[in-house]
Design a protein around this ligand. Structure first.
Ligand code: HEC
Ligand SMILES: [Cu+2]
Length: 333
């Protein structure tokens, strides 16, 4: 019955059922108390009306009552809190073997890039039954990606990557909205998610893919932009050796240690002076205004591919990007 009732959008992800169960519970609790309060108002108004009870009795208060109406709501709210925290923790930790898709939001369209090289606009193809992690950034103002059938919504910010993930449970085509008012054509910033059987998805991934993978695009850019003049992969050049950098801790010259994630790599390219690697001079020029968000994603994908061998998840069917050079010494600093 619940499936056909048009109160909720279809449930098409592993989180959808859990989110709805919590939502229904909260609706039931708040609905119950709303109805109870209105009934009591009516009952008391009739029962204690002046004509029937002319003499008011003085009441001192009741500790038992006080305790009851403090502890019972507290218990109910704790149930809601622990329940929703559990769902949040699942959402906040994408499984490590998730398929990766990069998202660039801009006025007024969604661009999706698969590491294998497929690029799409306002349409996102994903495999059925596999976790998909979205790494998202905006090229202009704040947008927000909302996938109602998956019960997933996450703001997409300029200048910082945000992530979200979902695991689909039903093939089909689903809604995709921007839910952050972002200008004149905000209402047109919509699209669809196409959930495909894994085999069909693999075929789709490898079809019409002339531009090559994200990492190979990044590798070309790395040469074109002259990054190679300072960053070498065989030895330390004027800049640090970036081989195996991705995901590792980096010691900075002010003594802090940061993890080389997508946000760090993006910042290193756009504002190199913000975090200077220990032992190096801040001579790297900024590439602000020279590389766009998509190029930044491909540069990061390239650097990531250089540390893939030990990071690759067993069972991942993603074609391996040839590391460069093939057998590299471990990164040390
Ligand atoms: C003029 C030389 C030079 C050029 C050109 C250059 N870099 Fe750098 N890069 C450096 C130096 C020096 C550092 C270390 C100091 C710092 O963090 O600013 C660095 C740091 C980095 C880091 C952080 C490294 C770490 O170990 O944490 C990344 C990532 C990076 N560069 C990427 C790039 C990319 C991508 C390009 C090309 C778009 C590029 N660099 C071009 C000199 C250069
Ligand atoms: Cu938008």
């Amino acid at each position: 019955m619940w499936q056909t009732l048009p109160l909720w959008p279809a449930r098409a992800s592993t989180l959808a059922g859990r989110t709805d169960a919590l939502m229904i519970f909260m609706l039931a609790v708040t609905g119950f108390f709303t109805v109870m309060i209105f009934i009591l108002i009516l009952v008391f108004a009739l029962r204690f009306r002046r004509t029937r009870n002319p003499i008011v009795t003085h009441i001192e208060g009741s500790n038992a009552l006080e305790a009851a109406w403090t502890l019972i709501p507290f218990g109910i709210f704790m149930v809601m809190f622990i329940w929703s925290a559990g769902i949040y923790m699942t959402w906040a930790q994408p499984p490590p073997n998730a398929e990766e898709v990069f998202v660039v939001g801009k006025q007024w369209m969604w661009k999706f890039e698969h590491p294998e090289g497929q690029r799409e606009i306002d349409q996102l193809h994903v495999p059925l039954g596999r976790a998909v992690r979205l790494t998202m950034i905006s090229q202009d103002v704040i947008h927000s990606l909302f996938l109602p059938e998956f019960r997933v919504k996450q703001d997409v910010l300029p200048g910082r990557y945000t992530t979200t993930w979902f695991q689909t449970t039903k093939p089909g085509s689903y809604h995709l909205f921007c839910t952050q008012y972002c200008g004149t054509m905000h209402s047109g910033m919509i699209g669809e998610v196409v959930v495909m059987e894994p085999a069909a998805y693999q075929a789709w991934l490898s079809g019409g893919n002339a531009e090559g993978s994200l990492a190979s695009t990044g590798q070309k850019l790395f040469q074109q932009l002259g990054c190679t003049t300072c960053h070498r992969f065989d030895t330390q050049g004027r800049g640090p050796n970036l081989l195996g950098l991705y995901g590792k801790p980096v010691l900075l010259d002010d003594g802090r240690t940061v993890t080389a994630d997508d946000n760090y790599i993006r910042e290193s390219i756009l504002t190199p002076g913000a975090k200077v690697v220990a032992g190096f001079k801040p001579i790297m020029p900024t590439f602000q205004g020279i590389v766009n968000e998509e190029q930044l994603l491909s540069l990061a994908a390239y650097l990531k591919s250089l540390s893939q061998p030990e990071r690759r998840q067993p069972g991942s069917n993603r074609p391996a990007e040839p590391p460069h050079p093939a057998s590299a010494p471990a990164r040390s600093r």
